[in-house]
Design a protein around this ligand. Structure first.
Ligand code: ATP
Ligand code: MG
Length: 440
């Protein structure tokens, strides 16, 4: 992508409305734009990051055996009347009427709809277990939307829903998502700690919130500090192994970890003082097992091996991609801007032409840009006629992991500079060496 032809509206000044660093940097880097309170457009740079986050989430959901579908944002109120939540949900639900005066709503979550899909076609235990997910916009009319897309009114959610014949089966399904979440957050460059959580309005029996430790987090959390170094389940984890997944769950729940709603002072005080971590955190995922809470009122049942009908046991599993993007920035930035983990960086490499219009600089940059693009890299080429200092500041602000810098002096020697955004380390090398470094 040539920056001269791209759309990346950088802000020079710090936006006054931004209270936390991620919100400030997302606005300054031209990633998002507020359209009305708590409702955002994702501008091209932000959209690239969001797509990469979603690709990792999708990959790990698929690995764990979940199946993707897509459900609408607008839902009929009737479904919610069946479950009893239409009246229970309160003002967070945006209620709408269509032209026939039929009550509709913008979905804050999808338990009812997915239960309806399930009951319309699954009739036998032989079709279980089943886990269906989508990545879709939600709307919750939050009382206090803030911190940009961290807590917005319209936001994206990956929500998965599992269906099992028995409680034991449902626990295995829960453990699959538990392990998938550990892998997902790790691939996003984050350390998320599963903490016992309140089951809230979704209701249920077993629940964990996945929390990233950050000073700007809205939740108060308490945990054993060893979680920070626990091993993440590997790529070859067997998701069909009941014992294997139970062992992962048992290990990751063996030490104290709870949000303030579930905090047990006495249990926490039993942790040796030097191992106690009391901090603030950002909730990036939340999983629930809620048994037959929806399947009973909505009549979602299957025939069991005993020939009798059984209400299915369900769970739901949410991750917030539009919250994860700022959460990653909270965890990874410096005074100059964002430092993207390679897995979600909007571009892999930025090529900086320090003197656009200078034939040697132009030729060198074109050569590198073409070679890296051909090798399948996402390359941003800063071919604008801005001053070199402005280009360096922009490259640091948008956090692309590697900068390849071509200035007249180095180019005259057949060389360029390669800078690592995270460490700041710079290395001068031949043009060929710079290309070979990124072309495997
Ligand atoms: P919170 O406690 O932060 O209000 P929640 O418990 O209501 O969130 P869930 O229903 O568990 O949220 O939703 C699953 C995930 O969706 C959350 O873990 C979070 O990542 C994301 N999410 C929820 N509400 C918002 C929001 N207003 N803005 C952005 N992401 C959100
Ligand atoms: Mg939650």
């Amino acid at each position: 992508m040539r920056l001269s032809r791209y759309f990346m509206p950088i802000l020079k000044e710090n936006p006054k409305e931004a209270e936390i660093v991620s919100h400030r940097l997302m606005l300054r880097a031209g990633m998002i734009r507020q359209q009305s309170q708590g409702i955002y457009s994702w501008l091209p740079l932000g959209k690239r990051v969001l797509d990469k986050v979603n690709a990792i989430i999708r990959d790990e959901q698929n690995r764990a055996g979940a199946i993707e579908l897509s459900m609408p944002t607008l839902q009929s109120a009737e479904l919610w009347q069946e479950s009893g939540r239409y009246d229970a949900y309160g003002k967070e639900m945006l209620r709408i009427k269509d032209r026939q005066d039929r009550p509709m709503l913008y979905g804050p979550t999808n338990e009812e709809m997915v239960t309806d899909i399930f009951r319309s076609s699954v009739k036998s235990y032989k079709d279980l277990p089943l886990n269906l997910y989508h990545i879709q916009l939600k709307f919750r009319d939050e009382i206090r939307p803030r911190f940009g897309t961290m807590r917005s009114r319209e936001f994206m959610m990956k929500d998965a829903y599992s269906f099992d014949l028995t409680r034991e089966g449902a626990e295995h399904s829960y453990n699959k998502m538990f392990a998938a979440y550990l892998r997902t957050f790790d691939r996003l460059g984050l350390r998320a700690i599963p903490m016992r959580a309140d089951t809230g309005p979704i209701g249920g029996k077993l629940s964990h919130e996945f929390i990233i430790l950050a000073d700007t987090g809205e939740s108060e959390v308490f945990c054993h500090k060893d979680f920070v170094d626990f091993d993440i389940p590997g790529a070859h984890t067997d998701f069909d192994s009941v014992e294997g997944l139970q062992a992962i769950f048992d290990k990751w729940t063996s030490l104290y970890a709870a949000t303030s709603e579930m905090h047990d002072e006495a249990a926490f005080n039993a942790v040796p003082e030097g191992d106690r971590l009391s901090a603030r955190g950002i909730e990036v995922g939340h999983i629930f097992y809620f048994g037959t809470k929806y399947s009973e009122p909505m009549g979602a049942k299957v025939q069991g091996p005993d020939g009798k009908e059984h209400f299915v046991h369900m769970g739901s599993y949410g991750i917030g991609p539009t919250r994860l993007v700022p959460a990653i920035i909270e965890a990874s930035h410096d005074d100059n801007g964002i430092i993207w983990p390679a897995s979600v960086a909007p571009f892999d490499i930025v090529v900086i032409n320090m003197k656009a219009g200078d034939q040697a600089c132009d030729d060198t940059c074109e050569l590198i840009y073409a070679a890296l693009t051909k090798a399948g890299k996402d390359v941003l080429y800063d071919d604008t006629d801005d001053r070199a200092g402005t280009k360096f500041a922009t490259a640091d602000l948008i956090g692309v992991p590697v900068q390849v810098i071509a200035g007249p002096r180095a180019v005259a020697n057949g060389e360029v500079e390669v800078k690592d955004r995270k460490t700041g380390a710079r290395e001068t090398m031949t043009i060929e060496a710079a290309i070979n470094r990124f072309v495997a």
